[in-house]
Design a protein around this ligand. Structure first.
Ligand code: C2E
Ligand code: MG
Ligand code: MG
Ligand code: MG
Length: 284
């Protein structure tokens, strides 16, 4: 269609996608089409519990089928947030996560699935109601569908975010603070949130083996979070040395390319089946 033609024309001169540019508008209408026509997918990335070396959950990450290499998740989310599509998109994500967990349970797994929630969703007056209805239809997944929210995103509207998170928590949704340590943390705000888990941002984990400063920050964060009763997850673990360091530091769970990149459901099932002995991911 003409959208494609516009995109090809712009391929020679690539302006950054601002909210008014032609290719931004094309992307919005293509995204709307993608949501309605099941062109989106949730890839899964495993979360490993360091104490037992078991895969205890997955994070669901958004992908655009056929465009995995050209349109990244953050860009899809940015476009969706600016165009109002974040509402139907997140509802699709939540119901798709429930379907995937249904399939996991049928295979005998009790692993949780975490989904990422945009701050805009927390401003929808009927968001908690939607979530309650979904969970009522799938009561066996209650407690095993986790919502991840970033600390920085909530600071745009702290009072209302807190209200929304409290009502989700009352609906039985475990909450996780994503990207912890990546922005201006307000511990006095975070401590009020009904969260059970903190995910330490990848930027503090990437150079853990080489940077003493990062080890001090991460160790202090783990100790503080444990004292406050949170489960601690480290994101962005790319090698075994980092895994071992985090295990020594008492971190509860890890996620990262060292285990695997996020994969489509079928491939994650194959990956799980290929982990007969846990030696590859065990420290000693
Ligand atoms: P996030 O929630 O912090 O997700 C972690 C990101 O780090 C993912 O990028 C994941 O693929 C990547 N990652 C995982 N392990 C490693 C590693 O070892 N090394 C490196 N370099 N990267 C790693 P992805 O999938 O591109 O998603 C980016 C962001 O987009 C997410 O950050 C999240 O904020 C957002 N996002 C993704 N899916 C959704 C969604 O369904 N809804 C919403 N609202 N946001 C989403
Ligand atoms: Mg996340
Ligand atoms: Mg994160
Ligand atoms: Mg992030």
């Amino acid at each position: 269609g003409s959208g494609r033609a516009i995109e090809r024309g712009l391929a020679f001169y690539k302006p950054s996608r601002d909210s008014y540019s032609a290719d931004r508008l094309t992307l919005v209408s293509e995204l709307r089409h993608a949501i309605d026509n099941n062109e989106l997918a949730l890839y899964l990335q495993p979360k490993l519990a360091l104490a037992t070396r078991e895969i205890i959950g997955f994070e669901a990450l958004l992908r655009w089928r056929g465009r995995e290499q050209s349109v990244f998740a953050d860009e899809i989310i940015a476009v969706a947030e600016q165009s109002g599509l974040i509402k139907p998109l997140t509802r699709w994500v939540i119901s798709e996560a429930l379907k995937l967990r249904e399939q996991l349970v049928e295979l005998g797994s009790s692993a949780s699935i975490a989904v990422n929630i945009s701050p805009n969703n927390l401003r929808e007056p009927d968001f908690a109601l939607f979530v309650r209805q979904q969970m009522k239809q799938h009561p066996s997944h209650l407690g095993s569908i986790i919502f991840e929210v970033t600390e920085t995103s909530m600071m745009q509207d702290p009072a209302n975010s807190l209200k929304a998170l409290n009502s989700l928590n009352q609906a039985g949704i475990p909450l996780s603070i994503d990207d912890f340590g990546s922005g201006y943390s307000s511990l006095s705000y975070i401590k009020q949130l009904p969260a059970k888990e903190i995910k330490i941002d990848r930027s503090l984990i990437t150079d853990l083996s080489d940077r003493k400063e990062d080890r001090v920050i991460v160790q202090t964060t783990i100790n503080m979070c444990h004292s406050l009763g949170y489960t601690v997850v480290a994101e962005g673990v790319e090698d075994e040395a980092t895994l071992n360091l985090l295990a020594e530091m008492g971190c509860d769970q890890i996620q990262g390319y060292f285990l695997t990149r996020p994969l489509p459901y079928e491939e994650i099932i194959e990956w799980l089946a290929d982990q007969p002995c846990r030696s590859r991911i065990s420290a000693s």
